[in-house]
Design a protein around this ligand. Structure first.
Ligand code: SAM
Length: 287
């Protein structure tokens, strides 16, 4: 099939699926974006251009890939499903030939990261597979500091949990762990009607910007903070002195400036950081 160069549409996605005898895989979260206006919006929000390196996770049938390559950016697209690769190549292979695009058939969770990232700084722009989106974002923020700015599409509930502030119903483990590395906000909604097949959920676009210096702290800090947060939110309704028993006692909470009768959803990142420092200092005998 000749490269379309026409961008994306419902007809084009159907055409690609039929020509390659493909059916969308539910297990791999395959809902293909069919709306050129939304592709343009995502590319605009990502603000990428000729000098940028862009990682696209899950290019699918190339809806977003085409828009990203059209900016002149250097794009690496990582797609797990080998059955999709010929259709993806039909849609965007001409950018591979011009050296602008590299398609990698792999599970993004098992990439050889140093060879992919080199020594560049990267933007991540992706319509993420919903079933792995939150852990993937959190793992990559913790492990790949070169991934600096992101515009990603996720399920609305997941997006709200990632960007929530203390006190909110949706504030929880992902909110604190993301806030450790980055600032995040919801920058758009994506109606289910814009996909083929139509998902049962609404989607949002989340912008994530890594905070300079976030990766400079010693590794133990994030590991300990993460354990404290996961333990406390594991018993969300309990007071911290109960839920954290065995990890941090009432005195340690007070030393960190935290009322031991508070609950985890009331604590902002600065509280978790102070508690982490207090527990770490006592463990190393510094207080
Ligand atoms: N970007 C396309 C679009 O917007 O139409 C497809 C998005 S679809 C929601 C998610 C894509 O991620 C699918 O193509 C799926 O095969 C791919 N995918 C799922 N799990 C993956 C993984 N672990 N690594 C890489 N790609 C994955």
């Amino acid at each position: 099939m000749a490269p379309s160069g026409r961008g994306v549409s419902r007809t084009r996605i159907r055409e690609l699926l039929e020509a390659h005898d493909l059916g969308p895989s539910r297990a791999l979260g395959q809902n293909f974006l069919c709306d050129q206006g939304m592709v343009d919006k995502i590319v605009r929000l990502a603000g990428v251009g000729t000098d940028d390196h862009v990682l696209e996770i899950g290019p699918g049938l190339g809806s977003l890939t085409e828009g990203l390559c059209a900016t002149g950016a250097r794009v690496v697209a990582v797609e797990i499903d080998r059955h999709l690769i010929p259709a993806l190549t039909d849609q965007v292979g001409h950018h591979e030939e011009s050296g602008r695009l590299t398609i990698i058939n792999a599970d993004v969770r098992e990439l050889d990261w140093p060879s992919v990232l080199g020594d560049h700084r990267w933007a991540v722009v992706a319509n993420l597979p919903y079933n792995i989106a939150t852990p993937l974002i959190l793992d990559l923020l913790a492990e790949q500091p070169q991934l600096e700015r992101w515009v990603v599409m996720v399920q609305r509930e997941a997006g709200e949990r990632l960007v929530s502030d203390p006190g909110s119903r949706t504030y929880g483990i992902p909110s604190v762990l993301l806030a450790y590395w980055a600032d995040a906000r919801i920058v758009g909604s994506v109606p289910a009607e814009l996909f083929l097949p139509k998902p049962n959920v609404e989607s949002v676009l989340v912008e994530i910007r890594r905070r300079p210096g976030a990766a400079d702290a010693p590794d133990y800090e994030f590991a300990l903070l993460s354990r404290l947060v996961r333990t406390a939110f594991g018993q969300r309704r309990k007071m911290l002195r109960k839920s954290l028993a065995g990890m941090a006692d009432g005195d340690q909470l007070e030393t960190a400036g935290i009322d031991p009768t508070r609950r985890p959803e009331e604590l902002g990142l600065e509280h978790w950081l102070r508690l982490t420092a207090t527990v770490a200092d006592e463990a190393s005998g510094r207080t």
